[in-house]
Design a protein around this ligand. Structure first.
Ligand SMILES: [Zn+2]
Ligand SMILES: [Zn+2]
Length: 313
């Protein structure tokens, strides 16, 4: 940052500089700026309503741990309830899943948030490692499906109104860009800050960090003293998305605000156009004939995956 600057809101020396808003802030005012920004996202997109019961998915990484912390803070003044959940995916490499559960549980306890652990193996009869061995598909794609399904399933069973995940502005920007490169527009069109409840009784999925950059989330997590897991999933180094992620971060470093402009313009101009263009091609969601969760066909993609892994298809 160069020359010492004063915090915009008090006389203390600034320790964080928010380049996107040209804003020097002291630690305390960074924390309140960050929390206010998330609150604005929640209000702007009507993510959470007073009286809602919100289940927060926590992986033990910085994003979801920060999300748990922010939502706990906001729950009081905005009038909603939160609980946390961590999936034990059964990833044995680096004791990843075991550490993930332990890290999240400790944070929830410190924050005073009711917490649940759900073992994928106990619940569905197989875990991620089993699926990766049996199905010829990139681990991250299997894992994404598994997490999305299990979290929705658990949130529905426990009667939550919304399921909050730690997807960030960086994730959103990467997804928009990747969809252009692969032409996956029917998936892109489903990318919104809040997916409406697709079927009665199914909680809506919300992304309160939709407008939050990972660099700010990390600073927030550090200033709040959250003990998050530094290392990623052991399968992650097989993912091709890393280069896109790095490319976007470089763009952001050169012209602050790039990711936000990209995601905002997608949402404001492109998505409505895309949705009306694809209207007839998108199959309406209906309950899976086996599990009842939203599906585009007779059996949902999770139930089909499970059949393949367990050999019951
Ligand atoms: Zn200050
Ligand atoms: Zn199903």
């Amino acid at each position: 940052m160069g020359a010492r600057k004063k915090c915009r809101f008090c006389s203390r020396e600034a320790s964080v500089f928010v380049r996107q808003a040209n804003l020097p802030l002291c630690e305390e005012h960074f924390i309140s700026w960050f929390e206010r920004k998330v609150e604005r996202t929640i209000r702007r997109y009507d993510l959470i309503r007073p009286g809602d019961k919100v289940l927060v998915a926590v992986s033990g990484g910085k994003d979801s741990m920060a999300l748990l912390c922010v939502l706990k803070k906001l729950s009081g003044c905005m009038g909603f309830e939160i609980e946390g959940v961590t999936l034990d995916l059964g990833i044995k490499g680096n004791s990843y899943s075991a550490r993930s559960v332990e890290t999240a549980e400790k944070a929830a306890e410190e924050l005073g948030v009711k917490f649940h652990v759900v073992s994928i193996k106990d619940r569905y009869g197989f875990d991620l490692d089993d699926a990766v061995r049996k199905v010829r598909r990139p681990p991250c794609s299997i894992c994404g499906l598994l997490k999305r399904y299990a979290l929705t399933d658990v949130a529905r069973e426990m009667d939550f109104d919304a399921l909050a995940t730690g997807h960030t502005l960086n994730d959103m920007a990467r997804f928009v860009l990747a969809s252009f490169m692969s032409g996956a527009f029917s998936e892109l069109v489903r990318l919104t800050p809040a997916s409406a409840s697709e079927l009665p009784g199914v909680p809506r999925r919300i992304k309160p960090f939709y407008e939050s950059l990972e660099e700010h989330i990390r600073t927030y997590a550090d200033l709040r003293g959250l003990a998050y897991m530094e290392d990623g999933c052991p399968y992650a180094n097989t993912a091709p998305t890393d280069r896109l992620r790095a490319f976007l971060e470089e763009m952001e470093a050169r012209s602050p605000g790039t990711m936000h402009a990209m995601v905002r313009n997608y949402l404001k101009y492109l998505r409505p156009a895309l949705a009306s263009y694809l209207e007839d091609e998108l199959p309406p969601l209906r309950p899976c004939s086996r599990c009842g969760l939203p599906s585009s066909g007779e059996l949902c993609s999770f139930c089909r995956l499970r059949d393949r892994v367990l050999g019951t298809g």
